[in-house]
Write a protein that binds this ligand. Structure first.
Ligand SMILES: [Zn+2]
Length: 475
């Protein structure tokens, strides 16, 4: 198929498959009339998110006492009703709710586990814009052992780590520090006004608007003006030094480092502009207004997160993981999975991007050795299907390694030209929105002109790892 026909197909897909997946209408037709559902039927986390409305903006204003580990403040959500609503839910876990207002009128609220049910003084009409303000306070507690949410992923949400506070919410932890429609499908813009005592510094998503000095304390106001999933919203609060740099097209880079950051960490961050250039060439323009890394000043911290515009990493992880986390700014943060079952679209892609960096910086032989070693490790292990993970394997090897290998197999199947076109089209087509595995398969067929149903079935949906008889790969 010619490139021209491929482009026409892509244009058609733009009109169909590229339709924004932002609707949060409940799929449960049996839902009670005029009551928003308490979940969005996610295949992994059916209770996350809520139906009946679409949040457009979160304004989070918190006073944070780092010493006593308490917060007091408000979250103000701007939203639009997607159906008539007598009541609807937010996701919110722990903390004390002091009061709720909807359109400046007091609203009734009830709590059950992580569901905060709100009843406005007057019902909301389908299509009506409305504002919810929740006042709250308390000591945020991370999700640690809730079998329905945390599974084996360790702590999520508002975390006290090393010298400060770092919010790492994937997949469910956002509701530990603000009330939210806590599912990636409902992306929104964010603003933060966070007050802390000196000498603490607050980093958050997006752009620092200003700092207001109150003498003993300061308020940091941040704004993320591009749509963001709730699991990517973050705060990093510690005694930071700020290091600035510049990426492609003048992109402002700001890293937040502990004052005693080891020299290898500082040097590792010198690679950020080159990594940004690599991804810009591979995937298209950087999708956000700024970028940087907030370093968690504790060698023992082994977790991190590609929070939007601000990757969080422990000191020991900066050199090895920034490349992976940076890929997520395009793959996960701009193009966000439609459900948690589609997580290989984040992790398999970011892992394959690491391999492509090896190909670019170390050459074809090093790349070949790497993918063969990964195939060997994968083929000798019992590994599930990337697009159909069980809930306790959401961040397992099948998602990362087999996900990456599925992309490499696709590259071998459709050829380099179509494959690299596909990566760029994928990012351009679904920028700032959500996309599913089905969307990716449709776009791959459109770009390549090949029928790929059997290929994807074998690589993404069957537990056994496919054989690759055309390659001299190790058994
Ligand atoms: Zn990742």
């Amino acid at each position: 198929m010619s490139r021209l026909i491929g482009l026409l197909l892509i244009a058609c897909l733009w009109l169909t498959a590229c339709a924004p997946l932002n609707s949060v209408r409940p799929s449960d037709e049996a839902a009670s009339p005029n009551i928003g559902t308490s979940g969005l039927d996610d295949p992994i986390y059916p209770q996350l998110g809520n139906g009946g409305y679409d949040v457009t903006h979160y304004a989070i204003a918190l006073a944070v006492d780092v010493a006593s580990h308490t917060i007091t403040g408000t979250a103000t959500l701007q939203a639009v009703a997607m159906q008539p609503l007598r009541s609807f839910n937010l996701d919110f876990l722990g903390l004390e709710v002091d009061g709720v207002q909807i359109n400046d009128r007091r609203a009734r609220f009830q709590r059950a586990s992580s569901e905060l049910t709100l009843t406005p003084a007057a019902p909301l009409a389908d299509g009506q814009a409305f504002t919810v303000t929740v006042a709250y306070h308390g000591q945020p507690q991370p999700i640690t052992d809730d079998p329905a949410l945390a599974r084996t992923y360790g702590q999520q949400g508002w975390l006290r780590l090393g010298p400060g506070i770092f919010v790492i919410s994937e997949p469910a932890g956002a509701m530990t520090w603000f009330p939210a429609n806590n599912h990636p499908r409902d992306k929104a813009t964010y603003s933060f006004a966070i007050t802390v005592a000196k000498p603490y510094v607050v980093a958050a998503n997006g752009v620092l608007i200003d700092e207001l000095d109150h003498g003993a304390s300061r308020t940091y106001r941040w704004a993320e003006t591009r749509p963001m999933a709730s699991y990517l919203a973050t705060l990093a609060i510690a005694e930071f030094e700020i290091v600035t740099d510049q990426g492609p097209d003048g992109l402002p880079i700001r890293h937040y480092l502990p004052p005693d950051a080891p020299q290898p960490v500082v040097e590792a961050l010198h690679a950020t502009p080159a990594m940004l250039r690599f991804y810009t060439d591979l995937l298209g323009p950087y999708p956000f207004e700024t970028y940087g890394v907030a370093v968690i000043g504790d060698e023992r911290v082994r977790i991190g997160l590609e929070a939007q515009t601000l990757t969080l990493l422990g000191t020991s992880r900066v050199a090895s993981e920034q490349l992976h986390e940076l890929a997520h700014q395009w793959l996960g943060n701009s193009v966000t999975p439609a459900t948690w079952q589609d997580i290989w679209l984040n992790e398999g892609f970011a892992t394959y991007c690491e391999w492509l960096w090896v190909e670019k910086t170390e050459g074809g032989a090093a790349f070949d050795a790497l993918v063969r070693a990964q195939y060997a490790s994968m083929a000798t292990r019992r590994m599930g299907a990337p697009a159909h993970p069980p809930p306790d394997q959401l961040f397992g090897a099948s998602i990362y390694i087999r996900g990456a290998w599925s992309l490499h197999a696709l590259r071998l199947q459709i050829g380099d030209a179509a494959f690299f076109d596909l990566l760029r089209e994928w990012v351009a087509c679904y920028q700032y929105g959500n996309a599913s595995t089905a969307d990716f398969m449709a776009l791959a067929e459109g770009v390549s002109g090949q029928s790929l149903a059997d290929f994807f079935q074998a690589w993404l949906y069957v537990a056994d790892v496919p054989r690759l008889p055309t390659l001299a790969l190790p058994d």
